[in-house]
Ligand binder design. Sequence first.
Ligand SMILES: [Zn+2]
Length: 332
Amino acid sequence: MQDSIFAPFLWQQDIWQQLIDWHISGRLPHALILSGGSGMGKHHLSKALAAYLLCRKPGKIACGSCSSCQLLSAGTHPDLLEILPESEGKQIKIEQVRALQGYAAKTAQQGGFRVIILRPADAMNQNSANALLKNLEEPGQNVLFILLTHRSSAVLPTIKSRCQQIALPVPDTELALEWLREHLESHAALHAEKLLRMANGNPLTAQMLASDEMHQQRDRLFLNMESLTRGAEPVELAPSFLEGDVNWTLLWMQQWLSDWSNWCLLQHDDQVRFPEMLPLYKHWHKTASLVGAQSLFQSIGQLRTQLASGANPNIQLAMESLLIRWVDKMLV
Ligand SMILES: [Zn+2]
């Protein structure tokens, strides 16, 4: 099923209503930061809001058929500008933000709003952020900036202080599952709940996890972790741990650690998030401590932050040292 680009997702109705109420009563701020986990549809929400503000005859959502909505569908609306890094994981350059100055000051070509979506807001360095600040301090008439981030803590405070911050909550589970089941092949829909749990409740991420490619990466990672647990050499295994998207590998390793810690405390086999991991959990229980798992969890978190911030760590070396620590903390 294809989602309308003009309508917010099912689980975004409350926040949508609030934004529309603000707009109708003239209280819509000139800059918003939408924050929340990856895969909850922040970008979709920002596009739907842009469409609504630009639409010639909006109802509860943009009409979808006026000249403005058609331009938006075609991705050629002159009054909507999106700023994002030139490639994923890179930073937004100062030249990209400077180009805004002329844009935000002009009047809208279609005679209404101008909307600027900047994502991710945490991908700006000090210079680009300073350039953006100038725009935020002197916004033109009928200009809305929408900044998106799933790492709100990494957005500079000076930027935050000039924006209305909106933290989107984790989607309601029932609504998320309803959407997910409609968007998955029937065999994958049977596992919707598990996929949603693995995605920390974020439906778009859960949908992506259902792909064959992600399945294969997860299966391979499981086998690699099994080998490590059985005593394989960490440095030799490191390259296999780096196959596929390393961000996911690291996230799953963290999820296993927290799942294992919960299982250690409760010892209820039917409450684990990843039942296929139980044999390994039982093995780790004999050799590992909660404190060790906690410290590994933090190390992995630091590595994920480094990768997300566009820093370029030597990932081969980082994985080798992580697996050596894993053996040290979990297996001896
Ligand atoms: Zn319209």
